[in-house]
Design a protein around this ligand. Structure first.
Ligand SMILES: Nc1nc2c(ncn2[C@@H]2O[C@H](COP(=O)(O)OP(=O)(O)OP(=O)(O)O)[C@@H](O)[C@H]2O)c(=O)[nH]1
Ligand SMILES: [Mg+2]
Length: 464
């Protein structure tokens, strides 16, 4: 047993930590007090070294053997508690990256006393052992899943503690306020002098302001992490697929002059100002007797239901069409803001025809999918609509998750209650301050209930 670690869990866990499929290498990872003894029992060093000997080194070449027979040539990386990811002893066995070798080595580890790790269990141990707080633990998964550089920067900022620091700063102000209130409880006959009263009130207001600022980052935080959906819709042949391709900078969708070309949904992820945007091209919306097209139209409507923004495309070179207004009204029912793209401007002399519509658009953008005119402006418009006015740089501490947002809202409400009750007994005020602290502690993990923790970590993959 590695006595240097006060954190050791009761059992040693093992899992394949690299993705399924073939690769140059693959890694089986173990964590726990038996990690080194288990691997020692399976491993024969090429240089006669003992991996359990701290002085022998950290990386060992050799073979994993089963009853004396070589199973796999490996590199074993030994990391001793507490300077490891989980703060327990960790051993990583570098194998050839294929399911055969990895599965064989994992099974030998399990047969020798390790237990198969649950999803996210390595990171959960890092959290339980105080190596990471909850914000940082959740940022681990965000780093893995980041789809854009901005998303990675946001996750990195959270992982290095940018958000946690802001939460702790607010919390320490609240601890101070709590101390002042408790002092007042202990000496009830001494009323708080007015100056202290005002000072407290100002401190609480500042804490509320800071929390509102954090809440204002939630939209950007969620967008960098989860991305957004933009669906292209419109009548047949107006140039939806051409616009899809132009935004993608790739001839992904089939474009022809025949109306009804697109039937199935096409989805691709593009990056607009750091936001991963799932762009969907849909079948032209109109009445069609064609069965295949009808199915495509039904699918298009389903996608529109879930879009964050609908991009309604119009052929600006054509006179107004009968059913355009009805289509705009139909699209408006989906609830997402609609951006009207006036396409084929390269065929229009002068201004696009003045729109007169039964619905209001979030923006109107003249463009040409053929020449690229207006596309940059369209992207800027989409980014502005998605991020709102509160565009925040990704590397400051952003609120990225709903549960963080919810806790902040509750903390804010509790402090607003304190401001409202000011002048009443310090005991009463103290209860709400404590509630605010409790809510903030749920973000960093200090006061998060176990079932919520379980839910958070079970969303990770096995081996992480
Ligand atoms: N001149 C010009 N032609 C365009 C432009 N955009 C699209 N087109 C042409 O318009 C025709 C229809 O384009 P698509 O992109 O297939 O239109 P769509 O809306 O996807 O059509 P469906 O899939 O049938 O609903 C093609 O012949 C395109 O080359 C544009 O900006 N300028
Ligand atoms: Mg099309």
């Amino acid at each position: 047993m590695a006595s240097s670690a006060p954190f050791m869990s009761e059992d040693t866990i093992a899992a394949i930590s690299t993705p399924r499929g073939e690769g140059g290498i693959g890694i089986v990872r173990l964590s726990g007090d038996q990690a080194i003894p288990i691997v020692k029992s399976l491993f024969v060093s090429s240089h006669g070294k003992d991996i359990a000997q701290p002085k022998a080194g950290r990386v060992f070449h050799g073979e994993i053997r089963q009853e004396g027979e070589p199973v796999e040539e490996v590199l074993v990386h030994v990391m001793r508690a507490p300077h490891t990811y989980t703060r327990e002893d960790v051993v990583e066995i570098n194998c050839h990256g294929g399911s055969g070798p990895l599965q064989a080595v994992l099974e030998l580890c399990l047969a020798s006393g390790a237990r198969l790790a649950e999803p996210g269990e390595f990171t959960k141990r890092a959290f339980l052992n105080g190596r990471l707080d909850l914000v940082q633990a959740e940022a681990v998964i965000d780093r893995i899943r980041a789809q854009t550089i901005a998303g990675l920067r946001a996750a990195n900022a959270a992982a290095t503690g940018a958000l946690s620091k802001r939460i702790h700063e607010i919390n320490s102000v609240l601890t101070d306020i709590q101390a002042q209130l408790e002092a007042a409880i202990d000496f009830p006959e001494e009323d708080l002098p007015d100056t202290v009263d005002e000072g407290l009130r100002a401190e609480i207001r500042r804490a509320v302001d800071e929390m509102h600022q954090l809440l204002a980052t939630a939209r950007a935080g969620r967008l960098y992490r989860e991305g957004a959906g933009v669906a292209i819709a419109g009548r047949p042949n107006v140039g939806k697929s051409s616009l899809f391709n132009a935004l993608l900078r790739d001839a992904r969708a089939i474009v022809t002059s025949v109306p009804g070309t697109t039937r199935d949904l096409l989805e691709e992820v593009i990056t607009i100002e750091g936001i991963p945007v799932r762009l969907t091209d849909t079948a032209g919306l109109h009445f069609s007797p064609d069965e295949v097209e009808q199915i495509g139209i039904a699918r298009a409507r389903e996608t529109l239901q879930n879009a964050d923004i609908i991009l309604m495309v119009l052929d600006a070179s054509q006179p107004p069409q009968e059913d355009e207004r009805a289509l705009a009204e139909e699209l408006a029912q989906h609830g997402a803001p609609i951006v009207l793209a006036l396409n084929k401007m390269d065929l229009v002399d002068g201004e696009a025809r003045p729109p007169e519509w039964p619905v209001s658009f979030a923006a109107v953008q003249p463009l040409s999918a053929a020449t690229g005119e207006g596309l940059t402006d369209l992207e800027k418009t989409l980014a502005r609509l998605l991020l709102g006015e509160a565009a925040v740089p990704p590397d400051q501490g952003l609120v990225t998750r709903l549960h963080q947002q919810d806790s902040l809202r509750r903390a804010c409400a509790a402090l607003e209650q304190v401001l409202e009750n000011f002048g009443q007994s310090p005991e009463l005020l103290s209860v709400d301050v404590r509630e605010a602290q409790h809510a903030l502690g749920e973000i960093t993990g200090e006061t998060t209930p176990d079932d919520i923790l379980d839910r958070i970590f079970s969303a990770f993959c096995i081996g992480k």
